[in-house]
Design a protein around this ligand. Structure first.
Ligand SMILES: NC(=O)c1ccc[n+]([C@@H]2O[C@H](COP(=O)([O-])OP(=O)(O)OC[C@H]3O[C@@H](n4cnc5c(N)ncnc54)[C@H](OP(=O)(O)O)[C@@H]3O)[C@@H](O)[C@H]2O)c1
Length: 297
């Protein structure tokens, strides 16, 4: 059975490819840069671009199952949708990399005065749900994986930790139940290889909220060195993020997402889905920090 992993060089996709190869599966990987992909030798690495329909047939030929990266911003690419073409090529099952927002009700965040965050979550909800619905409409088997906030977002701090041993953030008590990318990959393997998860949508998070201050402590423990937490005012945070290249409208909802989760986990409370599926607790943020210590040293 040939399995196509799209987004194969990404945070979840790369781990998924490794787990599938270890499970003895025949894996094809799609990337726009095959020469730079650094994937296991057993993987059939093919050039493919979601934005270039002319590249799809070479990727999709003979594929039975697909891990679908959410290239969400243009679902209706001229020339036919990637998913439809995959089904025509023989794909019978999709495991969709989605987002927790796809399962939202539209009432998030609880504090409706956070208007930029509300708008951002509405966009994420619609965009990811559209991909899910597109897959469902094909009649193929599907499983939707909806990660909460990914622990890898902490890589935004990697440079300042490496060079100055400092993290600059507002609101040290805000945070979410950050989910380890390996947990998502692990559930993806189960959904691709067994029939137990067909027709399910899973919101996957880490085990509990971890505040920004606690994240910094966990990374410090992982690299066995002190890291200073420099608390910024909201205005300082805005200036800092814009200086780091984030667009101004992005910064508005980034700030509000911190406010959303000062007292609890805000719009993304922890779920026990991973535990129910695997029988084990999700990987902790401390584990994630140890797995990524090389990024911060
Ligand atoms: N960050 C979070 O907390 C979070 C939580 C839940 C859901 N999500 C969702 O997860 C996704 C993650 O995005 P990311 O930027 O963090 O991903 P990423 O892990 O950095 O991976 C990006 C992947 O997409 C591939 N890719 C990008 N454009 C492509 C194109 N035109 N054609 C083919 N492949 C393409 C890249 O492959 P090549 O470069 O090798 O071609 C790469 O493998 C987003 O949709 C986001 O909404 C994120």
């Amino acid at each position: 059975m040939r399995i196509l992993v799209t987004g194969a060089t990404g945070n979840i996709g790369r781990g998924l490819v490794h787990q599938l190869v270890e499970a003895g599966q025949e894996v094809r990987a799609m990337t726009r840069r095959p020469q730079a992909a650094r994937l296991p030798a057993a993987v059939d690495v093919r050039y493919g671009d979601f934005e270039r329909p002319d590249t799809w047939s070479g990727v999709l030929d003979g594929v039975e199952r697909v891990y679908l990266f959410p290239h969400i911003y243009d679902v209706t690419t001229p020339g036919g949708h990637f998913v439809d073409q995959a089904v025509r090529a023989g794909a019978r099952r999709f495991v969709v990399h989605s987002a927790a927002a796809a399962g939202f009700t539209g009432e998030e965040p609880a504090d409706q005065s956070l208007t930029y965050l509300k708008e951002h979550l509405a966009f994420e909800r619609q965009a990811h749900r559209e991909v899910e619905q597109w897959v469902e409409a094909t009649g193929a088997e599907w499983t939707h994986l909806r990660p909460g906030l990914l622990a890898v977002n902490a890589l935004d701090w990697a440079e300042s930790i490496r060079t100055e041993r400092v993290v600059r953030e507002p609101y040290p008590t805000s945070g979410y139940p950050w989910v380890h990318e390996a947990d998502i990959a692990e559930v993806a393997v189960a959904a691709l290889l067994t029939d137990e998860h067909v027709g399910n949508a899973y919101t996957l998070t880490g085990p509990a909220k971890v505040t920004h201050a606690e994240q910094v402590q966990a990374i410090a423990a992982a690299i066995d060195d002190a890291i200073r937490f420099e608390e910024l005012t909201p205005q300082q945070a805005r200036t800092h993020w814009v200086g780091n290249g984030y667009p101004a409208d992005y910064v508005d909802w980034m700030l509000e997402s911190r406010v959303d989760s000062i007292d609890d986990s805000g719009s993304v409370p922890p779920t026990n889905t991973f535990q129910q599926i695997t029988g084990r607790a999700p990987r902790s943020f401390a584990q994630w920090a140890r797995d990524h210590r090389a990024d911060f040293r």
